[in-house]
Design a binder for this molecule. Structure first.
Ligand code: IMP
Length: 194
């Protein structure tokens, strides 16, 4: 039995939109951090994606009593020993823009032959009884040297998923959801809901 309401512990409109496309058709009403203006920004200061995702989901479950879902994503580049990883949002510094982070990544990758990488999403779900669950989704691909496309967000313009020639930023949101790290983690979560 699906919960009727789930709180998405995110204020990122891109993520909310991607999650809505998958969860609303299941008849689940989604609330988000934006519905609670007095909610605090949860510091993503944990050393792992799992730690950050759980920290946010726990905060929102304690605040609202609702089943709460949070995701944390990192781009893990093989030639950079998994960087930027858990630091993906702040790779070029605190408050860095998507463009600044992407430009830093391209500088770090300058001259690199091995351009393989993966996006990894961890979803943390604290259910109505306060039990904690984790779901992981991975999408492997390649970092290209010139950004292409204007859809999506973050590092999408420089990431070509395996089996494709277009970047994530050149795919429609439906195409991206089908194969993306977040889409895959969410699929596991939906299977768990039953
Ligand atoms: P977050 O902490 O889960 O919001 O993700 C950290 C950073 O990873 C974001 O600021 C984006 O730069 C990047 N990111 C997360 N998901 C995606 C995605 O689907 N495509 C491209 N970049 C992403």
């Amino acid at each position: 039995m699906f919960p009727k309401e789930i709180l998405l512990a995110s204020a990122n409109p891109h993520k909310i939109e991607e999650l809505e496309q998958i969860l609303i058709p299941l008849g689940i009403t989604l609330k988000s951090a934006r519905d609670y203006p007095d909610g605090e920004e949860v510091d993503e200061d944990q050393p792992s994606l799992e730690g950050n995702a759980l920290k946010k989901a726990r905060y929102w479950h304690q605040k609202t009593g609702l089943p709460s879902l949070s995701d944390d994503t990192g781009l893990e580049v093989d030639a950079l020993s998994g960087a930027p990883g858990v630091h993906s949002a702040r790779y070029a510094g605190n408050n860095a823009s998507y463009l600044q982070n992407t430009e830093k990544l391209l500088r770090e990758m300058n001259g690199q032959k091995n351009r393989s990488a993966q996006f990894r999403t961890v979803i943390a779900f604290v259910d109505g009884k306060g039990r904690e669950h984790l779901f992981e989704g991975v999408c492997r691909g390649t970092i290209i040297s010139e950004p292409r496309g204007d859809k999506g967000f973050g590092y999408d313009p420089v990431f070509v998923p395996d089996g494709y020639e277009r970047t994530f930023a050149e795919l429609s949101s439906e195409e991206k959801n089908l194969i993306s790290h977040r889409g895959r983690a969410l699929k596991k979560f939906v299977e768990f809901l039953g």
